[in-house]
Design a protein around this ligand. Structure first.
Ligand code: NAD
Length: 498
């Protein structure tokens, strides 16, 4: 069986003392192995990155950007191959994988603007013959640790901007679907990136812990579940590193009584069940305001769900694929069982879907649960599966309190025709990314992405303008070229502009 290795100093290598199986979740079969990096392998990658840093730091930003231009073209030319790899290991349908890759490429396009983004700030004559400017210098060697659910897009949130800013990068992708990520990183060499600037170490906690403790790593970007995000943030910060750690989610949509129900249902179908609900922006809770809205929603949604098609990635007529592992399938089914035991109504039951020809795949069908209440386990925790839960409330205020009281604050949305209600909602809700009649308000690449509360630990969001700040440190220089003699310009009190 083929073993997926690491990318160190421009070469693919493996230290296959420890490996883990990689599955095709549609067939349920292990198809490859992935090497789990040892401490020494990660240290070697860091050494190579450190050696590459001085030359890369001093490479003009325009030349660094040209690598990104070529990289973008290579990603586009290899799109089908990348989507195939994503399908084989993650299970998402080819149209969904293509969407993920496109959103990733948009981050490369943003990184192509590095010369403009790194221009800095200049003030002439802040005092007589004194000029001052701030410039943004790279940090050195920085690391990214990424989740299984976007093996192409989430790494592309991180390393293109970090590298365009002049840093060297160590990426630790998810060990569950590592092939597309490694292949994407290999394209950088073809794009003209010097060896050692971009490195990939596959692995598990062993590799992550080296990245969190080695003093040569200056910053860590993490995306994954909240318990691990919290661990990464506290450990990296305690070790003096800059850190941003994005965690899990429970995204609510408020359905107001005046909402266009046809539009709501078609939007929720994709937002709740697309990618099997394995998106941190998946809409997993619909909060219906008033019983009329609740009844209409449940009735129309159940009807629309009768057409949902779950199946293998290779058939693009499928709406969504399997979940990532057998254990995760059992966990999702466990949440549905819990909801039923705690008194919720299972309106559409996806616990045992029939998928012809794929009886051993890790499939869960689209599931709709009504009469969910905030004390239920399935409401409190992130399910990360194709499950939409309906909570019924009487007022918009009640709906907003529900969202504000939830531990997560990644994304949310309101469906309404009332501009005043929408404006009040977006202004006051305690969530980082808000949609108004837009169910998946994932910011475009030139804004930044991040949640509030326990969906993000750190100060700066991912990609966009925040990434330029995260991957650089400000240096402010004040200069005067004196023309006077000794002591003439001596200043003993705090300098002012007077
Ligand atoms: P995960 O937390 O299990 O794994 C993420 C990364 O952390 C992987 O690279 C993994 O190898 C590593 N890791 C796992 N356990 C570790 C440990 N004990 N110590 C050190 N490293 C460890 O997440 P996942 O299951 O791969 O991804 C799904 C989760 O990611 C969901 O909770 C989802 O909401 C979240 N997510 C969040 C965002 C966001 O932007 N907020 C985006 C995508 C996914």
């Amino acid at each position: 069986m083929n073993t997926i290795g690491h990318l160190i100093n421009g070469e693919v290598c493996t230290d296959s003392e420890r490996t883990q199986d990689v599955f095709n979740p549609a067939t349920g079969l292990a198809t490859r192995k992935v090497a789990l990096a040892s401490v020494e392998t990660v240290e070697q990658a860091i050494s190579c990155a450190e050696a590459a840093f001085p030359a890369w730091r001093n490479t003009p930003a325009i030349k660094r950007a040209r690598v990104m231009f070529r990289f973008k073209a290579l990603l586009e030319a290899n799109a089908d191959k990348i989507c195939q790899m994503i399908g084989e290991e993650h299970g998402k349908i080819s149209h969904d994988a293509a969407g993920e890759l496109q959103r990733g490429i948009e981050n490369v396009e943003y990184a192509c603007g590095a010369p403009e983004l790194l221009k800095g700030e200049h003030s002439k004559n802040v005092g007589s013959n004194v000029d001052s400017w701030s410039e943004f210098q790279p940090l050195g060697v920085v690391a990214g640790i990424t989740p299984f659910n976007f093996p192409a897009m989430v790494p592309l949130w991180m390393f293109p901007m970090a590298i365009a800013c002049g840093n060297c990068f160590i990426l630790k992708p998810s060990e569950r679907d590592p092939s597309s990520t490694l292949f994407i990183a290999q394209l950088l060499k073809e794009a003209g990136l010097p060896d050692g600037v971009m490195n990939v170490v596959n692995g598990d906690k062993v590799a992550v812990d080296v990245l969190l403790s080695d003093e040569r790593i200056k910053a860590v970007s993490f995306v994954g579940s909240t318990p691990i995000a919290e661990y990464i943030y506290s450990t990296a910060s305690a070790n003096g590193k800059r850190c941003q750690a994005l965690g899990g989610a429970k995204n609510h949509a408020i359905i107001m009584p005046d909402a266009d129900m046809g539009n709501v249902v078609s939007q929720l179908l994709g937002a709740a069940f697309g990618s099997s609900g394995e998106r941190c922006m998946a809409l997993s809770v619909a909060v219906a305001v008033g019983d009329d809205a609740g009844d209409a929603l449940v009735e129309s949604m159940a009807e629309a769900m009768s057409d949902l098609k779950v199946g293998a990635y290779s058939d693009s007529s499928n709406d969504f694929g399997p979940v990532i592992t057998a254990q995760h399938r059992d966990k999702v089914v466990g949440y549905i069982n819990h909801a039923e035991e705690q008194g919720a109504t299972i309106v559409v039951d996806g616990r045992s879907p029939e998928v012809e020809g794929f009886s051993n795949g890790f499939f869960v069908g689209g599931t709709l649960i009504d009469n969910v209440t905030p004390d239920m386990v399935s409401y409190k925790e992130e399910i990360f599966g194709p499950v939409l839960q309906v909570v019924r409330v009487n007022t918009m205020q009640e709906a907003m309190e529900l969202i504000d009281n939830h531990e997560y604050g990644n994304g949310t949305c309101i469906f309404t025709r009332d501009g005043e209600a929408a404006r009040y909602f977006s202004d006051n809700i305690k969530v980082g990314m808000v949609g108004i009649n837009v169910p998946l308000p994932v910011p475009v690449a030139y804004h930044s992405f991040g949640g509030w509360k326990r969906s993000l630990f750190g100060d700066l969001h991912a990609y966009g303008p925040d990434a330029v700040r995260f991957y650089t440190k400000r240096k402010t220089i004040t200069q005067r070229w004196p023309s006077s003699g000794i002591r003439e310009g001596a200043e003993f009190s705090m300098p002012t502009m007077n």
